[in-house]
Ligand binder design. Structure first.
Ligand SMILES: C[S@@+](CC[C@H](N)C(=O)[O-])C[C@H]1O[C@@H](n2cnc3c(N)ncnc32)[C@H](O)[C@@H]1O
Length: 257
């Protein structure tokens, strides 16, 4: 690495970021399995907690609203709910659970700063946690707009979170070449300057990003993330796939093992 800039510890628990409740719930079957002990922060009246209960070994829902807590508890008697604020780490620790996946939905319009600080606190408090799923459109926007320098330029990285940019460059170029040759490859983005390719347990995703001029191809094997992305034709979803989901899918599929 050139330069003498300060270097930080950049590794950590992967974060899936979504912007609305439908995407938030869609995440459950993708990322949660019967070995997981899940925590939902901001569970409201327990609708997503109930979905989590179907897929996880155990789930706990917490909300700071006494009213919501009571409704959730009355509605889903088989699930444990608590009236706790997401910021109250001590109360969360007193639950005595070793959470492996944490879902966070304490209002989708949360500013990025406090949200990032909160996620870091959970990371320290719950060392068994292997994945966060966070509903926050501002964070999603930032992730979609972000790219990492100098990794993209140098084709090297010391950050496991951005390795997809390095390995994926070759894979995305191959997918684009296959598409140009009439092959049925996953990605068909034109003029691929960089990109990522990822296989998840639910289907393969190949995304090629055509530098500044765009050109994005997404191919799924049998539904899975490909199908979800096809439902979301907006540029934000595509940007998330290229930069955000590209990272988190790769790491999440590792987390599932
Ligand atoms: C959008 S609703 C959650 C919907 C729910 N996750 C679902 O999927 O059905 C947001 C919830 O977050 C709760 N909330 C907001 N700030 C909170 C905080 N700091 N700690 C805990 N809950 C919070 C609100 O009381 C509200 O019930």
């Amino acid at each position: 690495m050139p330069g003498r800039g300060q270097r930080h510890e950049l590794g950590g628990v992967p974060v899936i970021v979504v912007e609305n409740v439908q995407d938030y719930r869609d995440c459950v079957p993708y990322y949660v399995n019967k070995e997981d002990v899940c925590l939902e922060l901001g569970c409201a009246q327990g609708c997503t907690t109930a979905v989590l209960a179907e897929y996880a070994k155990e789930v706990v829902g917490v909300d700071k609203s006494a009213f919501n807590f009571k409704v959730a508890e009355a509605r889903y008697k088989h699930i444990q709910f608590h009236e706790i604020a997401a910021e109250d780490i001590s109360a969360l620790l007193r639950l005595g659970k070793r959470f492996t996946k944490i879902f966070l939905d304490i209002s989708g319009s949360q500013p990025v700063g406090p949200l990032a600080a909160l996620i870091e606190k959970y990371e320290r408090a719950f060392p068994d946690c292997r994945l966060f799923v966070v509903k926050a459109y501002r964070l999603k926007k930032l992730v979609g707009l972000a790219t990492v320098f100098p990794e993209e330029v140098l084709g090297t990285t010391r950050n496991p979170s951005t390795q997809f940019m390095v390995k994926g460059a070759a894979a995305a170029a191959a997918a684009a070449a296959a598409a140009a040759n009439g092959g049925g490859g996953g990605g068909s983005g034109g003029g691929v300057a960089n990109g990522c390719a990822n296989g998840s347990a639910h289907g393969s995703l190949a995304v090629g990003r055509g530098g500044r001029t765009g050109g994005v191809g997404v191919g799924g094997r049998r539904g899975g993330l490909g199908a979800v992305l096809r439902r979301h034709v907006g540029a934000a979803a595509v940007a998330l796939a290229a930069f955000g989901a590209g990272v988190v899918m790769g790491r999440a599929s590792r987390a599932r093992r």
